[in-house]
Structure formats: C-alpha cells, structure tokens
Design a protein around this ligand. Structure first.
Ligand code: ZN
Length: 377
C-alpha cells in the first residue's frame, strides 16, 4: 500500500496535480476487499487529514454521499455506453471542494465494448483534478488499452490462517473460526457470516446436502429447488444487513435533526441522496443474489474437489474439513472420473447462469447431471 500513501501525500501538495496518477485499477477476487481499498483511497484524497476516518468528508465517502465522489456500478448487469458517457461528462467537472473529483468505477470488467471506449477516452485525457479508481476481479478482465493506462493495485485473497485469526480476534472460538475460514476460502465477510450466523451455516449445509439427495431424478429436482432457495435466502440476509445501517449513516451524514440556516437545503439534498442510495441498494440486491447462487455452486464444486482429492490421495487442505466423513462417503461411492464429470456439470451451470439462463433451469440440469454421473449399480 506504499504506492497509495505516496500518491495521497503527492495529492496533498498544493503545487498541483503533477505527481498524481489519474487512473488506478484495484484488482482482487471477491472478498479480497478491493472496493474497501478503493474507498479508503478516495477518503484519503478527499479528507484534509489524508483519510482520518472521522471527519465529515471521510464519513460521507464511507456512505457514498460525498459531493466530489462518484460511486458507480453498472445499471443492470453491464455498463452501457449511455451510462458511461454521462458519467465521463460528470467526472470532468471541477470538484466542489476544490481538491479532487474521485470516481469509483466498480465492476469495471462489466463495461460493454462501447462503454470501455468511452471510458478509455476519459482516462487517456483526464481532467486535471479527476481521479478514476476502477475495480475488477482481475486486470486481464479489462481491455489492454485501459489496463495499460492504469496504476495497478493488486489485492490478494488472504490465507485461511489469516482469516481465522481475524475471526478469533473478534471473539469467535478457535476451532469454529478455522472451519468457517476454510469453508469461505479466503472470503472474510463470508467466513464471519458462517461463524456468527447459524442460519447462514445451516444454508451452507443445505447446499452441501445436494450430493446425498441426487440418487433419483425426482430428488434431483427437489435438490435444485432447495439450492436456489437457500442461495436466495442467503442473499437477502446479506443485503438486509447492509441496507439499514447505510440509510442511517446517510441520514446522520446529512445532519438529521439539526436546526439552523441551510437545513431546508440539506434536507432536500438528503432526500435525493437517499433515493440514489436506495436505487444502488436495489441493483446491489440483484447482484448479490446472483453472486450468492454462484457461491453456492462453488461451495458444491469445492465439495466434489475435496472428494476428488480424497479419491486421488492428494495432500491438500480440504475446504470441507468439517465434513470429512461425508466427503469420504461420496469418495468411496464413486470414481474419480465420475467426480470430474460432476465438477464439470457444476461449472457448466455457472456458465449458463452467467449468460442469463434461468437459474432454476440451469441448476436442475446440473443436479440431473449429478445423478447421471452415478456409477450404474
Ligand atoms: Zn477525514
């Protein structure tokens, strides 16, 4: 993070923007904290004290209401050209606070080709006080033309032991912290949820029950339905927990309850910002739901990967160390070639859902393929 602190110090230099990189690319797999890092950097640029975390500017960045911060996510599933062109125009205007105008462009990998071209023009010839922070899982997800103009900040998935240590420091029992960290495969938020929310742990075990339910065709369809429902319930728990505190924080940032000159204007501004927040929350809910299903499928693929490891006698850390017996049962009941076919069926379901096949349909095809994968008795 040295690069970031140097950039923040340079940005604070009143001699201007000469030392500033105008386009940054934050990469890292889901859960590695790339948007948290981008927000932290934005706060550091917009705060008088390089990101103290306490002043109004920092708090406004945190909830996304800072006047000089444009926090953007795709409208729907991808960035269209119109959304991106509008954004480029907005981003080029001078900052209200006179420091920087910061754009956090989340899910930059979801820009359509035309949208990417519009974005490229903006970062090729950046407005003097505009800083673009693009976020994406991998640098390769972006066109080379864009990538080559960005300073790259790569966040890694933390190792299991580090995630477990964080949970322990938060008061989670050591054994439980380790199991949750292994199951979450480096995703800290997911691990915390598994360790502290019994409902979430229950839903995960529902997903992992699928391998034992797919012995007959009728059961396969029921298992598909249960899996899709569990993923949906998980997503609702995640968004429900984020939505309300964000709305509260937004109200506080606008000084709800205060009196005096300018309050009426602030209240009008707050109403607009709250509407924006709610529409962002809505599109997030859609995304979280899709991600949640994807994660359920990855959990399931992880289970079969463990099965395969046992079948091949490979010495690797099992993601499902807590379900060692179940993994062993399936490993004994089938052969490695069947396990490989099953993993392929799961990955195919993920791809089908990514190209907008109805989730239940894709998952049903998958669970049926899991049955077909059974060795004839
Ligand atoms: Zn601050």
């Amino acid at each position: 993070m040295d690069q970031l602190s140097r950039a923040v110090r340079a940005a604070g230099d009143p001699s201007g923007s000469a030392g500033m990189t105008h386009a940054w690319l934050f990469t890292g797999p889901p859960g590695s904290g790339r948007s948290v890092a981008a927000r932290g950097f934005a706060a550091a640029l917009l705060c008088d004290r390089q990101g103290c975390g306490e002043c109004p500017a920092c708090r406004q960045v945190e909830v996304g209401s800072h006047a000089d911060l444009l926090l953007v996510r795709p409208d729907g599933l991808s960035y269209g050209v119109k959304q991106t062109r509008d954004l480029v125009l907005k981003a080029a205007t001078a900052p209200v606070g006179g420091r920087w105008r910061v754009v956090i462009f989340e899910d930059a990998d979801r820009a359509t080709e035309q949208a990417a071209n519009a974005l490229l023009k903006a970062i090729e010839e950046p407005a003097p006080r505009t800083v673009w922070l693009l976020c994406a899982p991998y640098a390769d997800d972006l066109p080379t033309t864009i990538r080559s103009r960005c300073r790259l900040i790569t966040l890694r998935t933390p190792p299991t032991s580090a995630v477990a240590a964080v949970l322990e420091a938060e008061g989670v029992d050591a054994a439980q912290a380790l199991t949750a960290a292994q199951a979450a495969q480096g995703h800290i938020g997911r691990a915390r949820r598994l360790a502290t929310d019994p409902e979430s742990a229950r839903r995960r075990s529902e997903v992992l029950a699928v391998p034992f339910q797919v012995s007959r065709l009728g059961d396969a369809l029921a298992a598909a339905d249960a899996l899709v429902k569990a993923a949906k319930a998980d997503a609702e728990a995640v968004t429900g927990e984020m939505d309300e505190p964000e709305r509260d924080a937004m109200r506080r940032a606008f000084g709800e309850g205060s009196t005096g000159k300018g309050v009426a204007t602030a209240v009008r501004g707050a109403a607009g910002a709250l509407r924006d927040l709610e529409s962002r929350q809505k599109s997030r809910a859609t995304r979280v739901q899709r991600d949640s299903l994807d994660r359920a499928l990855l959990d399931l693929a992880g289970f079969y990967r463990d099965v395969l490891a046992v079948q091949l006698g490979a010495d690797v850390e099992l993601a499902n160390a807590g379900q060692r017996e179940q993994v062993a049962d399936v490993a004994v009941a089938s052969g490695p070639e069947v396990t490989v076919r099953r993993i392929q069926a799961i990955l195919k379901a993920r791809e089908r859902i990514a190209v907008a096949v109805a989730p239940l349909l894709a998952v049903e095809e998958m669970t049926i393929a899991l049955v077909d994968g059974l060795r004839p008795a």
